[in-house]
Design a protein around this ligand. Sequence first.
Ligand code: CS2
Length: 514
Amino acid sequence: MTINADLRILSRATSAAIAPQVAPTGAGILHLGLGSFHRAHQAMYTAAAIQQSGGDWGIIGASSRSRTIVDAMHAQDFLYSVATISPAGTSLAIPGVHTDAFVAAEQPERVVTHLADPRIRIVTLTVTENGYSYSPATEHLDLDDPIVRADVQGGSPRSTIGQLARGIQARAAAGGEALTILSCDNLASNGTHTEKLVREFLHALPGGDAADALALLDRSVAFPSSMVDRIVPSTTPQLRDEVAALLGAHDRIPVPGEPFTMWAIEDRFPGGRPDWEAGGAVFTSEVGRYEQMKVRLLNGTHSLIAYLGALRGVGTIPEAIGIPRIEDAARTIMRGEYEPSVEVPSGVDVRAYEAELFDRWSNSALGHRTSQVGSDGSVKLRQRIPEPAMLALDAGRMPHLIALTVAGYLSCLAPLPGFDPGVHAASMTDPARERLAALSASARDGDELARRVIGERQLFGADLAHQDAFIARVGALVDTIHRHGVDAAISDAVSAAEESMLEKNLTTTKEGRR
Ligand code: CS2
């Protein structure tokens, strides 16, 4: 498709085919992490809320480091489109909820200043699993991280947790208005987790410096947890062309998303909140259950599909789930290994939820890439894997498909010398890639690789590091992938899982008869 060079840039003055949903009069929300997910998820709920109930709930967006989105937002009056994509077609919306945008790494003091401003009543976060400066090895704020250490010592804070803590200090000094800090990342108990890290930061400050901030936290800052869900692939040049044709204007930063969207939030907002129910958000005391269900059934299975698909040579999730053997592996991990570890929220039919996941993953028009889901496994997998794996192991069951997920990850990211995992694995990015490559370069076989990586504790924490049988199973599956291919490893893991489920059913039946 060729873009018409006469098209104007998207702006409030350009008469595009679709009008912005809202034009906020003030900003009550500061958002950290201006990536695609926030723009296709929270922004849409906020537009619906303002449209229905009003309120000064515009959003000031801070991107962590990247200028691209911020520059484009400034050039386009902070507008961009969200393309909802299904095989039936694409529909566009322009939420229009942002009132400003900046790069936090360039203006860290600005984050602190906004946090001190009483007009800001909510800070939302999508800074990815990696953005919380958490060390799974110590289970605390990573005070060995040079950035965190420098933030504790003073100067402009560069870590997200440092920015929040310094901002709360400034807010306490400025009068201490109520505030809500809302994590929207795929972390278990993300609110509690964020609060713990902010408090640890404040406690690490030299004597007495944090007393006012800690008092404000106790008095009027809430950290509700939330579960967010919408599949949002990366933006492609084709999407830009398609959006230009539909819109009749150039949009440099459209975001694609699937039709499904969900947000479950704990209702603790001492400074008030937008009417996010208008966009379909659910306010519930069972957020922990929603998170667990989503992070394991959706995200955990997603990782397995991505690594198996990439090793099978396919570039997208719908292609991967279309391979019957991979679909079998996905059904087996879900039913046999994740579902038993999950407490289903009241009123949710887990089988219907699972069936819907397969439909969502099969959305071929969306083109969600295996390399995107497979990226950053070193920080994503620890949210998805250790707890359900430990629950199975403690109950005397080997989680064969969870072991296959780890084996797939290692084969993609840290292949043993001489094994080529293919182009899709090669394009996965991961903060641990170099460290893992150093571990695999001198490993003799899968067993040694698995022992080194899981034993290091930085990836999956302390519990799995002591599980010899699990580590050996991961190692054996790495060897099968390397020597006989990914199909052989899938058959091995699926049939072992089926056998152990059969045994479990037999034992249960016998026990029932006794
Ligand atoms: C995916 C998620 O990239 C990934 O690891 O599992 O981004 C997933 O698409 C979203 O969490 C869906 O809400």
